[in-house]
Every structure is written in C-alpha cells, then in structure tokens.
Write a protein that binds this ligand. Structure first.
Ligand code: TXE
Length: 490
C-alpha cells in the first residue's frame, strides 16, 4: 500500500528497525525525522537502533545463521536466487525509496539492479568448492583446507549507497553462510529497511538479515559486540578510524571501503568529446559529486587543455537540475544543510587562496529550489594539486581541472594523494593505457569507461581509501575464515 508520498510508510508512522523478522520499536535509540534533501521537508520518521536493539539483532542473527547453515547448499543457493527475483520485481519501488532517502535523481537511482546482479552472482558461489585437500610432508595423512563463515557479520553502509552495499556486502556474506546485522546510515534508512522486508518475502529465515538504522551510538555498539565475527565498513576515513579502534577491543577484523579523490586523466590523443562527457558524468554530475567513485580531479594534457575545458564546461552546464523524481533531471541536491555549508566553505577557501580559477558554479541555487540543498556544479581550472581543494575529499559537485605536460607528470600528480580508490584513463594508445594503469596507486582503474561496478571484479582502495575488497571471489572470501584439518592416517 502506498501513501501520498509514494512511500510504503506514512510520515507520521514511525519506521523502526527490522530485527528477527519483526519491526521493533527502538526504545534505546532516538527518533530520526528524515529530511528529504530536495525540499528540506520531513518525509519519514525513523526510530534509530541503540545498543539494546543491536544486541537483540545479533542474538536473532546467531539463531538464524544456524537455520541457514542447516540448509544444503542447493537450497541456500536457490533462496538467494529467489531474493534476486524479488528484488527485480521491486526495482521501481526500491528506486523510489533511494530517491526518498537521499534525493538521488531517479535516472541514477537504479542500484536495485546492481543489488540483483550481485545476488545472482554470489548465489552462484554457494554450491561451488571453496576448500582444498593437500598432501603433507613425510606422511600419508589427509590435510583439508576448509573455508567457513564467521557466523554473524556486521555491515555498515554510508547514506549514498545502502542498496549498493547490500549487494556488494550482504549478498556475499549470505552466500558465505553468515547472518547479517545491516546498519544503514541514519540519513538513508528507507530503501535498506524495505530490502530487509524483501528478504523475508523471498523466504530467507527471519533474522538472517536484520536492518538496524542508527547513528554513531548504534554503530559503535554493533562494532563492539562480541557476537560479531567481522565488520564490513563503508564510509569516510574519519569514521573508519573510530570503527577500527572500537573493533580492536575484541580484535574484530574490519574491511574498510572509504573515500577517494580520484583522477580522470585526459591524454592528448583522447576522444575529447567522450572524455568531456565521461569526466562530467563521473565527476560533478555523479550523485552531485557525492560518490566515492567521483572523478574529482581531472588531469588534462596541456596541448588539449583549452579545447577540453570548453567541451567539459558545456556538458557540466547542460545538466538538468531539479526534482529528483523527474526522469529528465540529472543533478539533484546534496544530502543536507550541513553539507551545503561545508561545500560552500570549500569553494570559498579555494577562491580565497587562489587554489584554482573558478570557471563555473560556486553558489547555492535559489528560486523554486531554495528549500532544497541544491548547489551549482562547480569547476575550478588550473588547480594547484597541493591545495586542500585538490587533496581533500569534497563529496559535492565540485571538481578541479589540472594541467600536465607528459605521461610521467600525469602519473605523479594522480598519485600525489593520500587516497587511491579509482583512476580513469582517457587515451587511444593501448601501450600508454597499460603503462599508466600499472603506475597508478589506485584499487580500480577504468580505461575509456565509467566506474560501472560489476560483481565479477574486486573493488576497493589503496592507501587511505581503505583495505579489503568487495566483488568477485575476493569479496566472497572476505566473509569466510580458513580452517586447516589434518586427519591422521598413520
Ligand atoms: O560516511 P560516514 P557517510 C564514503 C565516501 C564518504 C562517505 C560518505 O567517500 O567519505 O562514505 O558517507 C556510521 N561506529 N563512501 O557520510 O559519516 C554512519 O551511521 C560505527 C565510500 O555516510 O563515515 C554510517 O552508517 N558506525 C564507499 C556509516 O558509519 C558509525 C562508497 C558511514 O558514515 C560510527 C560510498 C561509529 N562510531 C561512500 N559513526 C566505497 N569506497 O565504496 C558513524 N557511523
């Protein structure tokens, strides 16, 4: 049943955590009045989980995991395929909830398709061999190498991709045999809560996937819980440091998928039309620059700098800014009022310190968009890569264009960052593409293409963009422990 806002819940009805298959009222957490970034108005009321709810969720997860592992691999495989089918059937509803969560334009809200693809991919691992048997020196004993689930894992998601994290983390965790306590951000709880309900609809044991929106307090309780075998954290570096310190109490292992300051490198031989479009849509226009994969530094060979900038600005300024539910809109608001103030501060400082020359944008949008958190897409030219504008993650529709002379200078500038998540190479020269890709300190390199994340390829960061991987067999094995079993046959 839909309400007038198109949500499955009415604004007045508090939406609580989903624990053990039930919507519970969170007594120890706080009530979060969810603000829709496109209007600045409250569109949902969410009761956030606190320590008591997290403890209850871990207990339900532990029991559900026993039920899950009591099923044979073919049954578990088919349950995950059933869940993928259910997600596919609810793709539009989940897209609408993504919009309700963080006002991402509906044209970009299709992470339910990514979730479905990851579920189908990891369902395929469930009934495949994951261990080995090996001979041993000086004996005819049998030695088995086995991979086992952790039991209960905690998955913590940022506000800008709860369903993407459900795909990249919850899917492999379930495929590996775990139960999951899934903590979406307090700023984007809605799509994740619906995902939890769809897990039940697909026939997963109640409590196998618990969805417990919370802020730092609930998140900290989850990280510190002795019943959690591993934490997968996706978010910012500052929070990651807090999470890792908390996890140290129980020596709980952590995977960290963090921020980035990724470079898109446009070489002189690049197709400038395509490079301009790719850099714009991978840069300031991608979720209004609120993506870890954002190409926030655009390095351009000096010989094509002016031509590229002209084409790039044309694409950036052609963005349709407005109502995220309008399929024609390509640029929505940023997440919150504090984000507006933070990003405008970055822009003001960049202008004040002449970090680069402001080529377009730089202001908050008014008029009919004044109630929302809308910023103009903003581009600085001839930026100094040592400036804080080029060094710190802005997480908004602000990018820096930087000139370079030759291949080695392009690599030096691209690598001159504490981050190392993505890098984008635009060139027609195959040798150059491979040589530069091997020289870049980034976990994911994209040559003449967007960051279209697929379940087959491991995704994750170098340096302060994190450690551990999602996707592929690497992403599956992040959620399994290795046990060696030797059988004496002497
Ligand atoms: O992160 P935050 P946000 C990164 C992106 C940016 C950040 C934005 O680059 O840096 O995420 O997301 C919870 N103990 N990525 O603002 O504030 C908090 O409630 C436990 C990278 O949400 O770090 C939220 O659920 N949890 C990514 C989560 O941590 C705590 C792709 C993240 O919050 C906590 C997308 C605590 N003490 C965004 N405090 C990639 N690399 O793939 C907060 N949280």
């Amino acid at each position: 049943m839909k309400t007038s806002s198109g949500l499955p819940w009415s604004v007045g009805e508090p939406v609580g955590p989903l624990v053990g298959g039930d919507r519970i009222t969170a007594d120890s957490g706080t009530v979060h009045r969810h603000i829709y970034p496109a209007t600045g108005q409250v569109n949902a009321t969410v009761t956030l989980a606190g320590a008591a709810e997290m403890d209850r969720a871990v207990g339900c997860a532990r029991e559900a995991q026993r039920q899950w592992m009591a099923l044979t691999v073919d049954v578990r495989r088919d349950r995950l395929i059933d869940l993928a089918d259910v997600i596919g059937e609810h793709r539009d509803e989940l897209a609408a909830l993504n919009v309700a969560d963080y006002a991402v334009p509906i044209s970009f809200a299709g992470t339910a398709l990514l979730l479905e693809r990851f579920l189908r991919h990891f369902a395929g691992y469930v009934d495949k061999p994951h261990g080995a048997s090996t001979p041993v020196n000086g004996s005819f004993d049998m030695n088995l190498v086995e991979r086992e689930p952790y039991g209960v894992v905690g998955v913590i998601a940022p506000w800008n991709g709860s369903l993407a994290v459900a795909g990249s983390c919850v899917a492999p965790a379930l495929a590996a045999g775990n139960a999951v306590v899934f903590k979406p951000s307090e700023l984007a709880p809605l799509a994740a809560l619906r995902f939890g309900e769809l897990c039940l609809l697909a026939g997963l044991p109640p409590g196998l996937v618990n969805v417990v929106p919370s802020a730092a307090e609930g998140g900290d309780a989850l990280v510190r819980h002795p019943g959690v075998g591993k934490i997968h954290f996706t978010g910012g570096g500052a929070t990651a440091r807090t999470v890792i310190k908390a996890a140290a109490d129980n020596l709980t292992p952590v995977v960290a998928e963090l921020g980035g300051k990724s470079a898109s490198i446009v070489f002189a031989d690049a197709d400038l039309d395509r490079a301009a479009s790719l850099s714009a849509h991978q840069g300031p226009l991608m979720q209004a620059g609120q993506s870890c994969a954002c190409a926030s530094r655009i390095l351009v060979h000096a010989s094509v700098y002016d031509d590229f900038v002209e084409e790039f600005l044309a694409v950036v300024n052609s963005a349709r800014i407005g109502d995220p539910t309008d399929p024609a809109v390509t640029l929505g608001p940023v997440i919150s009022q504090p984000a507006v103030e933070r990003i405008l501060g970055v822009i003001d400082e960049a202008v004040r310190t002449s970090a680069g020359e402001l080529l377009t944008g730089g202001r908050r949008l008014g008029g009919e968009l004044a109630q929302g958190y809308y910023l103009e897409p903003t581009v600085f030219g001839n930026t100094d890569n040592s400036s804080s504008l080029a060094q710190l993650e802005t997480f908004g529709p602000v990018v820096s264009v930087i000139r370079f002379g030759d291949d080695s200078e392009a690599v030096r500038i691209a690598n001159d960052s504490v981050y190392g998540l993505n890098a984008f190479i635009q060139t027609r020269d195959l040798h150059r593409a491979h040589r530069v890709a091997q020289s870049l300190e980034a976990g994911s390199v994209w040559i003449n293409t967007f960051s279209d994340i697929a379940p087959q390829g491991p995704y994750g960061g170098y340096k302060q963009s994190g450690f551990g991987r999602t996707g592929g067999v690497d992403g599956m094995y992040e959620f399994m422990r290795i046990k060696n079993v030797r059988i004496g046959l002497g």
